[in-house]
Design a protein around this ligand. Sequence first.
Ligand SMILES: [Zn+2]
Length: 248
Amino acid sequence: MEVTYICQAASDLRPNDDFVLAAERFVIVLDGATEPAGVDSGCVHDVPWLVAHLGANLATVLAQKPAVPLTDALRQGIVATMCDHEGKCDLRNPDSPSSTVAILRCTADAVDYLVLGDSAVVVEHGDAGLTVAHDARTGHLSDYTREGVSRLRNNDEGFWVASNRPDAADKALVGSIPRAAVTRAGLVTDGITRLVERYGRTWLDLLEGMEKYGPRQLVADVRAEELAAPDAYRGKLHDDVTAVFCRF
Ligand SMILES: [Zn+2]
């Protein structure tokens, strides 16, 4: 598996809440949730701390246990990250820092994937097969007020992310595709999925763009679209972006 990627903050003025880590056999992509101003998260740590610890803990599990089911790896990664707070933080707080998770793993026989939250994994296999693992529920919440999002986080009526609930791992989308059939794959955070959700690209377009011009092309494309219609998007004009391309 050959891996190329870009992971970039929305602005030089803010830290990057996205995180990427690639190894010979796996790729981890995280997108930490930015806390609204004035919210008490119950945690002394910030979002970059969370994604650094969750990413490192997931990598430890995946590196040391090559055959672990990805759901188990995520559960163990969440538990280890909760321990990293070292009792300094109130992990019962519903606004505790959180992150989406996307994992792709290559074994001798299969390509496995896991998605929790609104990042996406796209796997091309066979002549016409394109498997898209994308949980778009954060785009269709019943309530986008601060209190509403807080209530809907890690709730079956809302959406699930990695934070202070190890059982969130059971809510992830997971799958496995025979290794020999897989040709290309991509992992992207929601800063990039808006190319599909809002700007008319297909999932296949994302793979084609990354293969031809590199992952940075998707960032150029999404920034150009955002600047062309700056009022069209609810919330932030630009988001942190991560795009990973895997060639088999
Ligand atoms: Zn903390």
